[in-house]
Write a new protein. Structure first.
Length: 122
């Protein structure tokens, strides 16, 4: 069984992408004050402003960022729900990026996608 560390890094990368590469909003301090929450408490749960990409994850990130606008989205009365990336787009992106280990790469892309989906569906 694989250690959990790399999966956490990939999910953090997806979350970082989903918030636009920023840890939070520019009005975080005023928002926290409006709800009577200490800023230090809010900052504990924020994503970092920068995310490290490990060399072994670089190809998966390249594939993800190649097809990051190909989300399957459901809209309705309840709002918008991001289901996931279109698999055909991920497959095409892997071809374009010259991926040899497709199973390993798609597993990593799915983890990045999961991190992004966690943020997008809040």
């Amino acid at each position: 069984m694989r250690p959990r560390g790399p999966r956490k890094k990939l999910a953090a990368l997806g979350r970082h992408w989903a918030v636009g590469g920023q840890g939070g909003s520019s009005s975080l301090e005023s928002d926290a004050a409006a709800f009577g929450i200490a800023l230090a408490t809010v900052e504990r749960y924020m994503e970092p402003d920068e995310v490290e990409i490990w060399p072994e994850h670089l190809q998966a990130w390249e594939v993800y960022s190649t097809c990051d606008n190909q989300w399957r989205v459901i809209t309705g009365i309840g709002g918008v729900h991001y289901q996931g990336l279109e698999l055909s787009s991920v497959t095409t992106a892997m071809e374009l990026c010259g991926v040899e280990d497709r199973r390993g790469c798609i597993a990593q892309v799915r983890v990045i996608e999961g991190g992004a989906r966690e943020v997008l569906n809040r």
